[in-house]
Design a protein around this ligand. Structure first.
Ligand SMILES: Cc1cc2nc3c(=O)[nH]c(=O)nc-3n(C[C@H](O)[C@H](O)[C@H](O)COP(=O)(O)OP(=O)(O)OC[C@H]3O[C@@H](n4cnc5c(N)ncnc54)[C@H](O)[C@@H]3O)c2cc1C
Length: 443
């Protein structure tokens, strides 16, 4: 059977697109191909990410423009989750806790106070709070802290902690309920994509598939497929593994620290586990590794194929790592994964949030934390902030570092719009309904 669209990758991005196509378009022959035996086992697994729905209010590395886009897209996920809970009583996909970004010391306090002026307009629920109120929400932030240290925080009550793997299942189940003819092929690995006249042949370990258009939502593997078809030559991937340390419940909600301005990685934060609020997770760290997937050592060769050695890529790497701030940061982060010394070094970061925490209270979380495919633009020789989308001839490739899970529905909306251009006249996208449900829903 020839498909209208084939989606490669069953993480939160691929399944969000599957849901969007089934709910808001009249496309019929759609299938999703996933290489593992279940959906959401790679970066969308709750073990692999920080489980945060990022809106841009407490992430101090976002500009107001970036925050506007992330908020719009995160709102879509929030409305979807609230709707599922209201209609289906879906439990256990998410929990809502207070969240704040904490400024410590004179300089950080000034930066955060200045930021509040513009960000409070975009986020009206954001409150600026001082030491006393911080202590009421998060007593452990004050315990053992120098009383003369200046403190300020921006906080809201709506810190969404999400199991993005369960969200992937929810998207796929709803898609199947809407269009029972669609197919989700698990344990099916795409080996090659071959353009064939107006169509594509998708070669897998379970045989060939044919489609008019393709969306590759395979995380860092998307760039590998793009390059195999001659796209995305100016991009490389810096695979940034993130590890976590866990401890007992020392926080009631999410507490973020202030971002180092140059870095595209989230600053260290403490979050409750989505399925066990008695555990606080601190992290993630950011360590470069040479694999497309963390803990999957067979992706070593694929990493280097995707990296694409050339003078231009080497120049980019040299330029990025010769920046003192980035170099020192990476060096420090490599250390965090070492036994004993790693824990002691990372403890210093955690103490910025919980000053009197002891080494005995925390432990390195084994096999927790995926890897972010941070895109290097070899033309600008800089790290890109956020996701990258490469548009080819009737094919789209999505590369999704953080906050790719928060933006999954917004990204699916963008892809659906492009797919309508790929498959003109026969199919329609009910964007009005999409926006009514997911942009300005009333609850
Ligand atoms: C440490 C860390 C912390 C993070 N924290 C957050 C956070 O708090 N909030 C947030 O929004 N984002 C966060 N992210 C980012 C987020 O996890 C990802 O952006 C998101 O999960 C990407 O979803 P995806 O579906 O694009 O990719 P994935 O979930 O990786 O899914 C890709 C799928 O493609 C499949 N695939 C790959 N190759 C093939 C093939 N050849 N054939 C068939 N299938 C294939 C894979 O098996 C996989 O299931 C974090 C990431 C990391 C690593």
């Amino acid at each position: 059977m020839k498909h209208n669209v084939i989606i490669i990758g069953g993480g939160v991005s691929g399944t969000a697109l599957l849901y969007t196509l089934c709910r808001y378009t009249n496309l019929k022959n759609i299938c999703l191909i996933e290489k593992y035996s279940d959906l959401g086992l790679v970066n969308s697994s709750p073990r692999m990410n920080s489980q945060t729905l990022h809106f841009g209010d407490i992430e101090t590395n976002y500009t107001i423009e970036k925050a506007k886009k992330v908020k719009r897209y995160a709102d879509m996920v929030m409305y979807y989750l609230e709707h599922e809970k209201a209609v289906r009583g879906e439990e256990n996909i998410f929990l809502v806790v207070p969240k704040m970004v904490l400024a410590v010391g004179k300089d950080q306090v000034k930066t955060l106070r200045d930021r509040y002026t513009s960000f409070s307009q975009l986020f009206p629920k954001l409150k600026m709070i001082g030491r006393e109120e911080i202590g009421k929400v998060e007593p452990r932030i004050l315990e053992g802290r120098d009383p003369d240290q200046e403190l300020l925080a921006l906080m809201t009550e709506d810190g969404y902690t999400v199991d993005f793997r369960k969200l992937s299942h929810s998207f796929a189940n709803n898609a199947k309920a809407l269009k029972p003819d669609i197919a989700v092929y698990l344990s099916t690995k795409v080996e090659k994509i071959i353009p064939d006249g107006e169509n594509f042949i998708i070669k897998t370990n379970k045989g060939d598939f044919e489609s008019e258009s393709v969306v590759v939502a395979a995380g860092s593997h998307s760039l590998k497929f793009a390059k195999s078809l001659g796209y995305g030559k100016n991009y490389s991937i810096l695979s940034m593994a993130g590890s976590f340390y866990t401890g007992p419940k020392v926080l009631n909600g999410k507490v973020y620290t202030m971002q180092i301005p140059k870095l595209p990685f989230a600053a260290v934060h403490g979050d409750p586990e989505v399925h066990n609020e008695r555990i606080t997770r601190f992290g993630p760290t950011a360590k470069p590794i040479f694999f497309l997937e963390r803990y999957n050592y067979s992706t070593f060769l694929e990493y280097w194929q995707t990296f694409g050695f050339s003078i231009r890529t080497l120049k980019s790497i040299f330029k990025i790592s010769s920046d003192r701030v980035i170099f020192n940061y990476l060096l420090k982060n490599v250390l965090y994964d070492f036994p004993w010394i790693g824990k002691r070094s990372f403890l210093k970061e955690i103490k910025k949030i919980v000053p009197n925490i002891e080494a005995g209270e925390i432990k390195f979380a084994k096999k927790v934390g995926g890897t972010r495919p941070q895109v290097i633009n070899n033309t600008t020789k800089k790290l890109e902030l956020g996701e990258a989308k490469i548009r080819g001839n009737k094919i789209i490739f999505n590369i999704t570092p953080s906050p790719g899970a928060s933006t999954c529905l917004g990204n699916a909306c963008e892809d659906t719009t492009i797919l309508m251009e790929f498959l003109p006249e026969r199919f329609t996208f009910d964007r009005d309904q999409f926006e009514k449900d997911l942009v300005k829903a009333d609850y």
